[in-house]
Design a protein around this ligand. Structure first.
Ligand code: ZN
Length: 157
């Protein structure tokens, strides 16, 4: 009977080894997720609910902006604008304030990596984009005056 026990032992060991390999492979897969979903909220008090977002370079980012307030876009509009590294937020904000007819995003600006549309209370909007190269970027709401409070860091690792 001894050889049988031994065989069983070897089989069990093999199964455990295989499981370990699968677990490892799975972990690596999870780490290298190529798509990440983010939901950020804006409210009637001119606030985002997060001031830092972390993603990995090259990831597909599916970002949803939710306006959880009640005020219309004309009074308390929110968007989510991702700016190139080193953009002067104040200067950009001043230029954005003059771009009302384009949702407060200066048309053709080379400082905008991507932007959502401008929305009002109860609305939400989703964009999909590829995370830029590693770095620390600023995101803001470019509705006049909002960037003072509605801003954060978009960190690409
Ligand atoms: Zn806003």
């Amino acid at each position: 009977m001894a050889p049988q026990i031994s065989n069983t032992y070897i089989t069990m060991r093999t199964i455990f080894s295989l499981l370990a390999i699968f677990a490892l492979a799975f972990t690596n897969l999870a780490q290298a997720q190529d798509k990440v979903e983010i939901t950020i909220e804006g409210n009637d008090r001119m606030q985002f609910n997060m001031d830092e977002i972390k993603v990995e370079a090259g990831q597909t980012v599916v970002l949803t902006l939710k306006h959880v307030g009640k005020l219309p876009a004309a009074a308390m509009g929110h968007n989510w604008v991702l700016l190139t590294e080193g953009t002067d937020i104040q200067k950009f904000g001043a230029a954005a304030a003059k771009a009302a007819d384009n949702g407060y995003v200066p048309e053709g600006s080379d400082q905008v990596i991507t932007t959502t549309e401008l929305i009002g209370g109860g609305q939400e909007t989703t964009i999909e984009f590829t995370a830029p190269e590693a770095g620390t970027y600023d995101f803001i709401c470019s509705f006049p005056g909002h960037y003072a409070l509605m801003k954060g860091k978009f960190i690409v690792e």
